[in-house]
Design a protein around this ligand. Structure first.
Ligand code: 5GP
Length: 253
């Protein structure tokens, strides 16, 4: 059997050519990186958990009318997605101060923000994904004004959906990052939520204890990352409590 064509390999995922035109297979690796890949490790089971969690969030978003690239999960580590042109921006929504915002502005981590704050970073590893303004985005042609209106609306709808979902299982959605893609349908383009939504790209804190259940566990050496992601998946009912821990990779390609 011919090996599938690899389209792109990133830090945590690989994209392969999909079975039909306009589709891709998104493979979730176990690799964890932080601080622009200066810190690296392989965490058994992370890819399996992120595949399941991203499926769960994207399916929910599709169901409430927030368009995403997600079509269906194929197996433990792969999902079928619509091929799209990624807008070169990281769209970050913050409900509480943390991470780079706390460092930049000297605001204590955990401080509630008066309203959700949306930030944009230019996606470029060599530059360390710098924060940019809408002026940069317009001037360099990364997105049009109409795109920016749609991106803001998508980001806030994702925030409402995820915050509510997390609150229901005792988790505070501190912040998250999404990526947006363009899908072409005839003469029209539509923006969709692309990439992944998982504890790799969100900050999730237990509401009662403040325990971190996201990639900061890895970034800041706070314990076992798979345990934290398993806790999130179990609370959301994505995997059953008491199920065997997910570890070894299932490589199907
Ligand atoms: P910060 O700007 O505070 O580092 O990150 C804000 C939020 O966006 C956090 O939830 C963080 O996980 C997410 N985020 C920012 N940059 C990246 C990135 O390059 N990759 C991933 N997976 N998440 C990111």
């Amino acid at each position: 059997m011919a090996r599938r064509k690899k389209i792109y390999e990133g830090k945590a995922k690989i994209l392969y050519e999909g079975p039909e035109p306009g589709t891709l297979v998104q493979y979730f690796k176990d690799d964890a990186t932080a601080y622009n890949a200066q810190k690296k490790d392989v965490i058994d089971g992370k890819g399996v958990l992120n595949n399941r969690l991203s499926e769960f969030f994207m399916t929910g978003l599709n169901a409430i009318g927030v368009p995403t690239h997600f079509i269906r999960r194929l197996n433990m580590r792969e999902q079928l997605v619509r091929s799209c042109e990624i807008i070169p921006l990281e769209v970050i929504v913050r409900n509480f101060a943390a991470g780079s915002m706390s460092e930049r502005l000297g605001i204590e981590e955990g401080t509630a923000l008066p309203r959700p704050i949306v930030e944009y970073c230019y996606k470029d590893d060599k530059l360390g994904d710098p924060l940019v303004t809408e002026e940069h985005i317009a001037a360099f042609g990364w997105a049009s004004q109409q795109d920016m209106d749609d991106i803001l609306s998508l980001a806030l709808r994702v925030n409402d959906y995820l915050s509510g979902l997390m609150y229901g299982v005792g988790i505070r959605l501190v912040d998250f990052k999404i990526e947006i893609g363009r899908v072409y349908e005839g003469d029209y383009q539509r923006l969709v939520v692309a990439d992944e939504i998982s504890p790799d790209s969100c900050r999730l804190w237990d509401i009662e204890t403040g325990q971190k259940l996201d990639k900061d566990v890895f970034r800041r050496d706070l314990g076992n990352l798979t345990d934290a992601y398993t806790e999130v998946a179990q609370r959301l009912g994505v995997i059953q409590k008491g199920a065997m821990p997910i570890t070894k990779p299932t490589l199907i390609n």
